[in-house]
Design a protein around this ligand. Structure first.
Ligand code: NAD
Length: 282
């Protein structure tokens, strides 16, 4: 696992295909940390509003892959389009996969296996599947990568450093785990945002004004996550430190930790996400 801004020593040119929620979150992280220079980034995005948003970051923008400069030799092509359209998009970048080009292909698409890219790109193309998450926008992403056999050490390190600009990077060898990763950390920020929403609503239900309920819920999740990160204690110990015998927290946990409580619900949710990732890959 590596963390930090991971500045890439040599200029690295990147084509980012798709600059929606995830693509833009990563782009912001790379530019904010100076990991990539705007002039080295080429964004392909068909939606005008999103193209303009990327343009505002000073990067090169194109509405189709055909508009990319003919002499462009990108070090990395990143696919950040929906799994449902990836089949229509890979072929647009085939020319960069010809032997000797040295371009590494990175996909963040949920569920889509490396084999899909190997089938559609030139034989021997280096492909890395990455599962990021949107906190990448503020350098706090959880980034998991899995490379095929054609990726060289140098290519792996370059992509690893690029991803490290967006957060904590973990590399795994078993691609079959990527769907479980997607269900935990890829989708995970949405579970936490929903927790903030639910805690806010619960606060309002017991009489707090809306703005105070929202602020307390957000700061509590932020503070608890930072404390868990920095203290080095396991979450169970930290939970016990909040829980006085027969006190208020014990009363709440009596509800949350019953057999059909939060843990059971989260397991069901994560299984549903994992199963959907498998379906999307078919
Ligand atoms: N959003 C997340 O939290 C998240 C997390 C991890 C992985 N992902 C993965 O990232 C990918 C993108 O998800 P998203 O949430 O950013 O979706 P999104 O819809 O916000 O972004 C996808 C973008 O791709 C663009 N696009 C469509 N066709 C294109 C083409 N031919 N060339 C270039 N761009 C094209 C769309 O206009 C859109 O802006 C998905 O595969 C998803 O599984 C998303």
């Amino acid at each position: 696992m590596i963390t930090g801004t991971g500045l890439i020593s040599q200029p690295t040119s990147v084509v980012l295909a798709g600059c929606g929620n995830m693509g833009f979150a990563m782009l912001r992280g790379w530019l904010a940390t100076g990991t990539l220079k705007p002039q080295d980034v080429h964004v392909v995005e068909p939606l005008d509003a999103l193209l303009l948003r990327a343009d505002g970051q000073g990067v090169n923008t194109y509405s189709t892959a055909a508009a990319l400069p003919g002499d462009l030799m990108p070090d990395i092509v990143i696919f950040a389009v929906k799994p449902q359209v990836i089949g229509d998009v890979i072929g647009d970048y085939l020319r960069f996969s010809q032997p000797g080009r040295g371009t590494t292909f990175v996909s963040v698409a949920a569920g889509v296996p490396i084999a899909r890219f190997e089938r559609e790109l030139a034989p021997g193309a280096p492909v890395i599947r990455v599962m990021p998450n949107t906190p990448a926008a503020v350098g706090e992403g959880a980034m998991v990568m899995c490379a095929n056999a054609h990726v060289t050490d140098r290519q792996r390190k370059t992509v690893e450093r690029l991803m490290a600009a967006s957060g904590e990077v973990t590399e795994i060898g078993d691609e079959a785990l990527m769907d479980a990763v997607t269900a935990v950390s890829g989708s995970g920020p949405a579970y936490v945002f929903h927790l903030i929403e639910a805690l806010t609503e619960a606060g309002k239900a017991v009489g707090l004004p809306d703005d105070i309920a929202g602020r307390l819920a957000l700061q509590t999740v932020h503070g608890a996550a930072r404390y868990a990160h920095q203290s080095g204690e396991d979450p169970g110990t930290l939970r016990e430190q909040v829980t006085s015998p027969n006190g208020t927290t014990a009363a709440a946990l009596g509800v949350l930790m019953r057999p059909d409580g939060l843990a059971a619900l989260l397991e069901e949710a994560v299984r549903a996400a994992r199963d959907r990732a498998i379906e999307l890959g078919r």
